[in-house]
Design a protein around this ligand. Structure first.
Ligand SMILES: C[S@@+](CC[C@H](N)C(=O)[O-])C[C@H]1O[C@@H](n2cnc3c(N)ncnc32)[C@H](O)[C@@H]1O
Length: 245
């Protein structure tokens, strides 16, 4: 008999806050069909995009720095053709060269500002075949609000795992030095009814398409196209900037 799978809380929060997003998948599928593989996904999380593309028959490498997320991605991958790499997007060295490198869900804005992005862009360029393509999703601006100051009360995402109820609700977007902070209230209620509340905050680097294009050009990646992923009720839309190596 196999033991029941109990994901650690970090995996459950990731699944809750990112896992249901679907709006960008048609674009990644279209790019993979157009440019071919192998495909490298940067910051693959638990495999929302990587497993979707692998399921469509593409050879995918999923790079992620959080071991618990990568372990969950491996568990979900089963027999799918997904290579897993535990590495930081700013310092990786792989033997493969890729036809397409994807950076979904504003991960480019989590890399520690211009120096982190530069380090990543250099790595990405080195790992693309000549003529390969880099596609990066970013948000130039986020609407600021704070629920406790009369801003909108956004819906919570919720799920139950191992008898624990998890819910996560965005409570504010505020400006800070160099970008934005997205605040969320994370609550759990365990089987005995005990409730815990934790306030989580994520810094998102400020970044425009023009800034990213200039940074990429400096490392030999030519901007060729911008396309957009529309807003949904739960998730902000993004611009996807596309570069040729
Ligand atoms: C917003 S999530 C996106 C997850 C996945 N790409 C998706 O679209 O569902 C950002 C992911 O990037 C990972 N990440 C952040 N900084 C990273 C870095 N420096 N190197 C590798 N992964 C990173 C996080 O651990 C997280 O899994």
């Amino acid at each position: 008999m196999t033991a029941a799978h109990s994901p650690p809380p970090g995996v459950v929060w990731h699944e809750l806050e990112c896992g249901s997003y679907r709006q960008d998948l048609p674009l990644w599928r279209a790019l993979a069909a157009r440019y071919g593989g192998p495909v490298l996904e940067i910051g693959a999380g638990i495999g929302r995009v990587a497993l979707d593309l692998a399921g469509a028959g593409h050879r995918v490498t999923a790079l992620e720095r959080e071991p618990s997320l990568l372990a969950e991605l491996s568990r979900r991958a089963g027999e799918l053709p997904v290579a897993r790499v535990h590495a930081d997007a700013r310092h990786f060295q792989l033997a493969d060269r890729f036809g397409l490198c994807l950076v979904p869900m504003q991960t480019i804005q989590l890399l520690g500002g211009p120096s982190g992005r530069r380090a990543f862009l250099r790595c990405a360029r080195r790992h693309l075949r000549d003529g390969g393509v880099l596609a990066v999703a970013l948000v130039e601006t986020l609407e600021r609000f704070r629920t406790s100051d009369g801003g909108p009360a956004l819906a919570a995402e919720a799920c139950a795992r191992d008898g624990v109820l998890y819910s996560s609700r965005p409570t504010a977007v505020v400006a800070d030095a160099g970008g934005f902070v997205l605040e969320r209230r994370r609550e759990t209620i365990d089987a005995s009814g005990e409730r815990t509340v934790l306030d989580d905050a994520v810094h998102i680097d400020g970044l425009t398409c023009a800034e990213l294009e200039a940074e990429a050009l400096a490392v030999g990646l030519t901007p060729v196209e911008r396309t957009s992923v529309p807003d949904t009720q739960e998730h902000t839309g993004s611009t996807v900037v596309i570069f040729h190596a």
